[in-house]
Design a protein. Structure first.
Ligand code: ATP
Length: 288
């Protein structure tokens, strides 16, 4: 996948107060859709994430990069209302919020597409698209599923995202991994997500399917959604990201913005720069 149109100035990602390596972007005045301020989460004596400050702006893709055990899942669960922070604040549209359930986060416009996608494999594409939110017709108590409208809405919504699934009656389990992700993304956008959190959406996919998913990440962004893209793949992040946060052992260790970072910076930051050099040195001495 190649370049995509630049983000308009008013939508550019901005500085993060207090984040390590924060690099302010000139002209930044947009209100973040979602913000964390000095958030920490402890599980007993284990501090899974500590002092995390980040922002997610509308119409941008914010990538959170981290290796195994970096704290990505914990972060997602805080953003999506599964966990509450032990310390710090979560703000939605500039207001401090405290979610006790994922349903509350969803009602505030924060949709999360988890890796398992929460789809029902044997159910059709269109039924999966609505899953409990189907359009109905008739007057209570005689209410019926409006299948015709549901199919039409599903088809239109998928096409608007550039997703062409020939047969909406097809069980979701028969779609490719990339297509399933695409349906989940389109569904979240349709139901009014202001913030879309994607949990490693490309981790189980090959190159071509990853490209398909990254395309829909950009589609969501173009529709003004604030996308949070959680990944351990710096190459995928680089292709779509406007802002990049590096998470390492529960801490934010680096922050970059698009246009001021080259791919190698991300790869190196992910690999832990100095650690990688030490490892190479170690291997050399073994090979000698
Ligand atoms: N419920 C829990 N109880 C105790 N410790 C936890 C809990 N959840 C996470 N942790 C610890 O917090 C740290 C961060 O875990 P987390 O799952 O958030 O990392 P991750 O980046 O998602 O890793 P991975 O990519 O391997 O899933 C780990 O040391 C983990 O053992």
């Amino acid at each position: 996948m190649s370049e995509y149109p630049p983000v308009p100035d008013h939508q550019r990602a901005g500085p993060v107060a207090g984040a390590p390596g924060a690099s302010p972007v000139p002209g930044e005045d947009v209100r973040p859709a979602l913000e964390l301020r000095s958030v920490s989460k402890a599980f007993g004596s284990v501090l899974a994430i500590r002092d995390i400050t980040l922002r997610v702006d509308p119409g941008t893709v914010t990538c959170v990069l981290g290796d195994n055990g970096a704290g990505k899942s914990t972060l997602i669960k805080i953003l999506s209302g599964v966990h509450q922070p032990t310390e710090g604040e979560l703000l939605v549209d500039g207001e401090v919020r405290s979610f006790t359930t994922p349903r509350e986060a969803l009602a505030a416009g924060i949709a999360t597409v988890f890796q398992d996608l929460a789809t029902v494999p044997l159910m059709s594409v269109w039924r999966n698209f609505f899953l409990g939110n189907e359009p109905m017709r008739g007057v209570p108590p005689l209410r019926f599923l409006d299948a015709r409208t549901a199919r039409a809405v599903c088809r239109d919504e998928l096409l608007a995202m550039g997703i062409d699934i020939r047969d909406l009656e097809q069980p979701v389990g028969t779609l490719s991994g990339g297509e399933r992700q695409a349906v989940a993304i389109a569904r979240a956008v349709h139901f009014g997500a202001k913030v879309l959190i994607l949990d490693e959406p490309t981790s189980a996919l090959g190159v071509k399917q990853s490209g398909v998913v990254l395309k829909y990440v950009l589609q969501a962004r173009e529709r003004g959604v604030a996308v949070v893209f959680i990944t351990h793949n710096p190459h995928h992040a680089y292709l779509v990201g406007d802002r990049f946060y590096l998470l390492n052992r529960g801490r934010l260790t680096d922050e970059f913005v698009r246009g001021r970072v080259v791919r190698e910076d991300l790869v190196k930051a992910m690999a832990g720069g100095a650690e990688l050099e030490a490892l190479a040195h170690e291997l050399e001495s073994v090979n000698r």
